[in-house]
Structures are given as structure tokens and as C-alpha cells.
Design a protein around this ligand. Structure first.
Ligand code: MN
Length: 240
């Protein structure tokens, strides 16, 4: 048995191939796993649990099929989809986790995170993150009519693309000091995160201790899946 970890699918009706591949993954490979962790940015946008976009609903239905067949399902918020609530958990049969969270499986402890909170060099983004994660801001947003929320989400995505295009790439990667502090505070030797869309397995030392940072990739051109089993971690691609 294995646990699988994915992130950054950015599922959107504008690129239906991603959603189709992911639904195939849920009904196939994931159905044989004991757990699936989705570390944020599953959807390009999530405007609230009353979201009725048919493409997103088809993915929610596939997640529900997976959990109904006995695979444990866990989610973290991403920077695109931080508005899941209790109805999303009910509709999928999944559980929302804190970010970061420490998970123990197969005798190993790993810290799982979306990864955006580690990109502390991107100061304007961290300011925006603090705003949209504020409970009062979220309540006010969710009280708006669905159509208004959809428009605001489109506008936010345009703003985010402009911001990303205007930033030096290194400012949008994880900050090494922030990362080392997290290894230290959590007392783990493995951190798994997404967000940067730079998949890879990195060995590093923190206070003389060997540590591993695993970055799951996006699903724009192909799938990216981390398999975690008794033999350890294996990051792999899933061609479309
Ligand atoms: Mn992200």
C-alpha cells in the first residue's frame, strides 16, 4: 500500500485535459492507495462551497467516489483555493488539514505544506495572503452573490499573473532561512510542498542533520505524483 501526494493541478474548465487526467488518476491509481493528500491549488479558483461550475463539480464527484471506496482523502488550502469549508469536506468525503501539518506513515514523519508560506521573499504576496486568510475578510467575501465572487476571482487571477510576471524568479521560490527554521521547529527530516511548480527532491543539511525537501510539480503538461510507501518517497511524472 502507498499514500499519494499531489498539488498544483490548477483544474480549470479552460484546460479540461487536466481535470480529465486527474479524474482518471482518482478512479485508477489513487483508488489502490490508502491515502491521497492534495497539497493545495487543486482548483485554479474556488469561490465557495456553493460553486456550481460543472467541470469542478465533476472533480468533486470523482473525489467522493475515491473516498467512498476507502481511500483516505486530505486537503490543504492553496493560494488559489483557500475557501473550502465543511460542505466541501462533506461533498468529497475528505478532511481539510492545517498548513503545515506533520503526518506519520510507514514509520516516517513528514511535514506537508502548500509552500506559499515559505516564499517569504515575496513581501507583497505575503501581505495579500494575510488579508485573504483573515476570517472576517473571508466571511465578507462569501456573503457576496456567487456571480460577484466569480468576477472578483477572475480579477484576482489577472492581478496574480501580472505580479508573477513582474517578479524575479528567486523571490518566488522558498526562502532557505524560512525553510531551515521550519525543519528545526517541526523536528522533521522531510518536508513535502508544492506551489513553486519546480518539482524535485533536494538534499540539505540543517544544523548538521541530513534533511530532504520534496517539491511536487504542477499538472499543466503532465501529472506529478509523490508515492510514499514502506520504501520511502518516489516523485514521478504521469504523462497525459
Ligand atoms: Mn500555489
Amino acid at each position: 500500500m502507498a499514500a499519494l501526494v499531489v498539488s498544483d493541478l490548477h483544474i480549470d474548465a479552460a484546460q479540461p485535459g487536466i481535470g480529465e487526467q486527474f479524474i482518471g488518476f482518482l478512479d485508477g491509481e489513487a483508488a489502490g492507495a490508502e491515502a491521497l493528500y492534495v497539497l493545495g491549488d487543486l482548483f485554479e479558483a474556488w469561490i465557495g462551497d456553493d460553486d456550481d461550475d460543472p467541470h469542478r463539480r465533476a472533480v468533486v464527484a470523482a473525489l467522493q467516489r475515491l473516498s467512498a471506496r476507502g481511500t483516505e482523502l486530505y486537503f490543504q488550502y492553496g493560494n488559489r483555493d483557500f475557501l473550502y469549508g465543511e460542505r466541501f469536506e462533506r461533498d468529497t468525503g475528505g478532511t481539510l488539514l492545517a498548513d503545515p501539518v506533520i503526518v506519520t506513515r510507514f514509520g516516517r514523519r513528514a511535514l506537508l505544506a502548500h509552500g506559499d508560506a515559505l516564499c517569504t521573499d515575496d513581501v507583497p504576496y505575503q501581505r495579500l495572503r494575510a488579508l485573504v486568510r483573515d476570517a472576517a475578510w473571508q466571511q465578507a467575501f462569501l456573503a457576496l452573490p456567487r456571480g460577484t465572487r466569480a468576477l472578483l476571482a477572475d480579477e484576482a487571477r489577472r492581478g496574480s499573473r501580472q505580479h508573477t510576471a513582474g517578479q524575479a524568479p528567486m523571490l518566488m521560490d522558498v526562502n532557505p532561512g524560512t525553510l531551515a527554521a521550519l525543519f528545526r521547529a517541526a523536528e522533521v527530516d522531510t518536508i513535502v510542498h508544492g506551489h513553486t511548480h519546480r518539482p524535485g527532491v533536494h538534499s540539505l543539511e540543517v544544523d548538521g542533520r541530513p534533511c530532504t525537501r520534496i517539491v511536487t510539480g504542477d499538472w499543466y503538461g503532465e501529472g506529478s505524483v509523490l508515492r510514499w510507501d514502506a520504501d520511502g518517497f518516489e516523485l514521478g511524472r504521469r504523462p497525459r
